[in-house]
Every structure is written in structure tokens, then in C-alpha cells.
Design a protein around this ligand. Structure first.
Ligand SMILES: C[S@@+](CC[C@H](N)C(=O)[O-])C[C@H]1O[C@@H](n2cnc3c(N)ncnc32)[C@H](O)[C@@H]1O
Length: 280
């Protein structure tokens, strides 16, 4: 499969006894397991917005816009949000930009479609998608890049982002956790409450070679529907800032790291596609 040996996880690393008993987001290929987006973005998509109710998407969209104004193509208005999820950033960005969203999960896209009437939303894999359009901005946010399995997959995905940018266009990637910041053994708990959902989400993190493995436990209570318990194991690729910058450079993007990102402690990777017309 061309994956580095150290990157190759065994099936047990992914096997997820998911209590709903419905379809798993996993496909087996020979000895290795290729994984599309974790079940959280399929079976639990309807709870995604409520579970992330403390995230300030409006403020994040404003910050992204100000970065693009500073670094991007003058007057560029075409924005592609890869792994757009339920379309929360696009809800604000579409007011200023001609926006397109792309995600692998049909369930997340179904919610995005309700939120973003008239916006083009494409179901595709970030590693392999091909669109005819070229964009002034390509974003991939909230650590979605961490769902890829290997460094070479991330490299190919960055090539793909660069392929879809106009010269001088800008890619903005919000990375998954830096290996130096990952704290194995940590237990985290979050609660959220709205008139329609009371949710408790408890996570236990371990590290396996270059991957974070997060054991999620969800209690999801809905009036009239009782309480549902689900659990899943979510595997993320831990790549350092230097490795990510190197992969961006190799994809033809002139990269820099902004330590002030969208959320505390995560930063943003910003890469500008080489523009022969502006080079002197
Ligand atoms: C943490 S969510 C982020 C969603 C959105 N960007 C946000 O900020 O709320 C990660 C998203 O990545 C998507 N995803 C995971 N792997 C993907 C892949 N290989 N190609 C496209 N989308 C993918 C999932 O379906 C999910 O919607």
C-alpha cells in the first residue's frame, strides 16, 4: 500500500464496538484497514452542532477572512472549504465569498445543505477529489487533516489542495494536535445542554506510535427519546509543525505558521501557491 511501516496500524487499532449497531465507517483492504471519516461524523452527525456549541464559528470566519485579506490574492472571492462538516464556517464566509464545501460524510453534508441553501456542496474524499474550478482560498479546519492515516496521504492531500488553487491563492490548514503537545492518558469531559439535547462526552487519550487514539464515550439524552450511549475509537495522525510545513512546501505552497490560530494552542498553517507572474 506504500504506507511507511511505522504508519501502518493494525485492525485492532481501529476496531470500534459502536453501540448503535449500524454501519461502521471502516473498510478493510488486505492486511491494513483504510478508514473513511470516523463514525462520529456519520452515525452521530445529527449531534455534531450541539456537541460543539461552544465553538465561535462567526469569530473564526472573521479571523480567516482577515488572514486571506492580508496574505491572499487581491480581490480573490472563490473559497473551497474541505471537510466542511455541517457548514458552520461557510455559513458566514458565503456572505463575502463564492463558497463551495466538500466533505466525505453524506450525513454531515445533509445538515450543511439545510444550513446553506444555494451553496454547492460536494461529497468527496479530500485525498482524491477533482473539481474543475480553481479557488482563491482552500481551507481544511478543526484538525480534519488528522483523520488521514499517513504522512504520504497528507502530502498527496496538500498536492490536491495546491492543484485546486489559482496562482497566488492561499491554503489554510488548522492542524491536529502537535506530537509535542499530545498528553497521553488524559481524560476530558464536556457537557452540553439545549432544549433538545443533553450530552456528555468523555474522552480518554492514548498514543500509539505516530497516532493519537481517543476513546470517546457519549451519553446523548433527548426528551421523549431517552438516553443513548455510544462509544468510538478515533485515530488521529500526529504530525509536527515542521513536518506539515515541509509537506506544504513540497506541494508548491510557500508556507508559514501563524501561532495565533482559531483556537488556543493550535495555530494555523498558511501556504501561498507560487505565482510566476508576481515572481521577479
Ligand atoms: C472535526 S470535523 C470538522 C468539520 C468542520 N470543518 C468544522 O470546523 O466544524 C471533521 C470533518 O472531516 C470530514 N472528513 C474526515 N475525513 C475526510 C476525508 N478523507 N475527506 C473529506 N472529509 C473528511 C468528516 O466527515 C468531518 O465532517
Amino acid at each position: 500500500m506504500g504506507a511507511d511501516k511505522s504508519d501502518t496500524l493494525r485492525e485492532a487499532d481501529f476496531a470500534t464496538p459502536f453501540s448503535t449497531g449500524s454501519r461502521l465507517g471502516y473498510r478493510k483492504a488486505g492486511d491494513e484497514v483504510t478508514v473513511s471519516a470516523p463514525p462520529q461524523f456519520h452515525e452521530l452527525a445529527e449531534y455534531y452542532d450541539a456537541l460543539n456549541d461552544r465553538k465561535d464559528y462567526r469569530r473564526e470566519a472573521e479571523r480567516l477572512d482577515s488572514i486571506v485579506q492580508r496574505i491572499g490574492r487581491r480581490g480573490g472571492r472563490k473559497w473551497l472549504d474541505v471537510a466542511c462538516g455541517t457548514g458552520r464556517h461557510l455559513e458566514f464566509l458565503r456572505r463575502t465569498y463564492s463558497a463551495v464545501g466538500l466533505d466525505e460524510s453524506p450525513e454531515m453534508l445533509r445538515i450543511a445543505r439545510r444550513r446553506l441553501p444555494g451553496v454547492r456542496l460536494v461529497r468527496a474524499d479530500m485525498r482524491t477529489f477533482r473539481l474543475k474550478d480553481r479557488f482563491d482560498v482552500v481551507t481544511c479546519l478543526f484538525g480534519a487533516i488528522g483523520h488521514l492515516r499517513t504522512q504520504s496521504e497528507v502530502g498527496k492531500t496538500f498536492d490536491n489542495f495546491a492543484r485546486h488553487l489559482s496562482p497566488g491563492g492561499v491554503a489554510i490548514i488548522e492542524p491536529w494536535i502537535d506530537p509535542a503537545d499530545f498528553r497521553p492518558g488524559m481524560i476530558d469531559v464536556r457537557t452540553s445542554r439545549s432544549p433538545t439535547l443533553t450530552a456528555v462526552r468523555c474522552a480518554f487519550s492514548v498514543r500509539r506510535r505516530d497516532h493519537s487514539i481517543i476513546h470517546w464515550h457519549f451519553l446523548l439524552g433527548q426528551p421523549g427519546r431517552g438516553i443513548r450511549y455510544c462509544r468510538e475509537i478515533d485515530t488521529g495522525l500526529l504530525l509536527s509543525q515542521e513536518e506539515l510545513l515541509r509537506l506544504m512546501r513540497r506541494a508548491g505552497l510557500l508556507p508559514r505558521f501563524l501561532s495565533r490560530g482559531l483556537v488556543a494552542g493550535r495555530g494555523l498553517l498558511v501556504g501561498v501557491k507560487f505565482d510566476a507572474n508576481r515572481a521577479s
